[in-house]
Design a protein around this ligand. Sequence first.
Ligand SMILES: Nc1ncnc2c1ncn2[C@@H]1O[C@H](COP(=O)(O)OP(=O)(O)OP(=O)(O)O)[C@@H](O)[C@H]1O
Length: 821
Amino acid sequence: MSEQELMPIEQLLPNNLFILPVTGNPVFPGLFTPLMITDNQDVDIVNQAIKHGGYLGLLLVRDELEQEEYTKDNLYTVGTVAKIVKKIKLPDGGISIFISTLKRFETKQYYPSGPYLVAEVSYLEDIEDEPEELRAWTRLLLTEMKQLTKNNQLFSEEMRLNMVNIDHPGKLADFISSILNVERKEQQGILETLVVRKRIEKVLVFIKNEQNIALVQEKIQARVNQKIEKNQREYFLREELKSIQAELGMTTNPKVELINRLKNKFKGLPLPQEAEETVSREMARLEAMDPSSPEYSISRTYLEIISDLPWKEPKSENFSIESARKILEHDHYGLKEVKDRILEFLAVRKKKKDTKGSIICLVGPPGVGKTSVGISIARALKKQYFRFSVGGMNDESEIKGHRRTYIGAMPGKIIQGLRITKTKNPVFLIDEIDKMGVSYQGDPASALLEVLDPEQNTTFRDNYLDLPFDASEILFICTANTLETIPRPLLDRMEIIELSGYTSDEKLAIGKKYLVPKSLEKHGLTKAEIKYSPAILRKIADEYAREAGVRNFEKSLHKINRKVALMIEENPDTKLPVVIDNENLELFLGQPVFVEDEILKADKPGMAIGLAWTSMGGDTLIIEAQNVPGKGDLKLTGQLGDVMQESVNIAYTWIKAHAKEHKIDKSWFENNSIHLHVPEGATPKDGPSAGVTMTVALYSLVTNQIIKENLAMTGELSLKGKVMPIGGLKEKVLAARRNKIDTILIPQFNKRDLDKLDATVKEGITFHLVGNIEEVLTHAFPKDNERVAMEPIEQPGINTSELASISAAVAKAVGEVLRER
Ligand SMILES: Nc1ncnc2c1ncn2[C@@H]1O[C@H](COP(=O)(O)OP(=O)(O)OP(=O)(O)O)[C@@H](O)[C@H]1O
């Protein structure tokens, strides 16, 4: 057949086509592609089409439906006619056909009858107007597409070649839109665009989109590559470093490194022989061990700790008394006696050039500056200090460490402190030495004794270390609130320095000079922002912090400063300085804790005010006695300890024994029983120093007199009426001042203590030294005491002399109350 005889394809295309609904994307003309058909109905359509010439009309479905037959209404009207070239049967009953898509068509009408969709169609031609312009569009399309294929691996070289070979611009646009990732509706739109220029225009928009996506993709890829490259680079560098180190003989094995480091550390240490032997044995073990075994890390920690300890002899102490005095003066107000004692101690230390075996114990109520004096001593000596508290400690191993056989064993506080301070002669501040406990885990007090005792501490042996270490050059400073609970052997080895509470004036001065500036700095405030007047400081001390020390005073200042800081931050317009005055003080601190009404008053017969001394400082204590009809029994309440109960009995016996001299009717005791109570009922109290007070309370009851106003007393009473000495005089006097007491009766024996008191402590108070209970009674019930003139209570057959003897017995009991509440 000659070329002229070839028939154009259009003429071969039938007017009627079997229609195959296509899901997914439309199929464009000009492709040679396989098609999988699994649906039975579709397989039938294909078979029919093959039977009738092999042409198939492919129409995109408008909406994809699940398991439904498509009707003509759900099909687009423009589609592509395809020639079936080959059919392959698949094992599952479906078929695969190869088709060559030829031309666009449009359905004109469907034939109604028959099981298959058959439509009459007309074929559509591409419209190629304005050839020049079209050529330009085509070139642009090619250029853009080439650009895209360069950046995107998805478009293969083969595709590029394909594009170049396509001769018609319309076909080119069709080919490109078939491979672009475009929405099905948009693709159908392109299929339906017959004007080629417009078709290319639409395709170009999609290419642009693709290009943008490709750019982002490229950036992401570059970033990923960069990361991978960096990791690889590091890996190579590290490998290179390793080989360089190996070449230079530098090891990178951590175990070898550790052993070298430890050996270097031990080389310069003057270890005693036992330690030397242990270390070389342990080093040999470590070298033989596998680093992953648990034993390895135990051994390693042990050796590290030994190597960190200060084995070298320290430099000799280098401080001058002058600068020590300056530091002590700078850090604390008052405390003259304490500072003198410390300076004496330091002078002896300097003179003797022997620093061994020094233990200071600072005793006093909370917040009087024991810990901070301890820190000042360390500063004065220019020494490192290590502080720890033994309050509540009941496990010996906290001081002496655990044996190394325990999992997680650690050295005790002493070795830990030496390791931290890195010196053999640091200052150790041991707080709350009076509050150590004892348990089945051992007695920390005896462990502490072993450390503190100059006889033993040259070879102090910690359980963990299991080596002797000379701890004798440590300066120990202990603090305690009371001496009574400190074990005697420990106490004997310490130099006791007592710090007593502060007077109101002292508190004011400490507040002004130390606490206010310290608290301002702590809260980031300046003097220009907040102002405290002396009057307001005194009010805070008296009404919110009436205690022996200044801890609550300091806390109250912190509280105010916190609130003022918040106020200034919240309202930048706050008028500065914020002046703390009577009005805003309650706003900051709430209601005063101590008010005038709380001041104790003995304003009825049977009441007397005593003075107590506790670990919290001094306190006033009221004793109340009340008679009820009975047979002379004595009932005691208020959690009184044994010694205190004995004091009451002594007081009672004394009053009964001396009833006659005091004109007390004997029958009073036959008709009355006495109930004696010491508030606060829930607080246990003990001690003999309330003896005198109890006697006076009972005497007051029995003789129906009220004691002199604002009078307080302290003293132990003997059975024969002697007033015995008491302790804690200064604390007691300070407590009395706080309670507006103006007359105090104290034992004759305490004259020495009275003489030692500062004039400021004694100011405004009359002291009477009393040797026996008769003198006490003379002062408590003076002849001119208006309060004595009371209506006598109806008491049949009262014997005042008996009453006097009760009073004596009670006085004895009162004695102790006042010591420990
Ligand atoms: N005389 C003083 N001069 C200046 N500041 C003082 C004085 N006394 C106490 N302070 C200050 O009071 C605060 C409380 O003191 P510190 O903690 O030393 O009390 P403490 O006696 O050790 O109490 P505790 O028994 O409860 O441990 C500290 O901020 C301290 O600086």
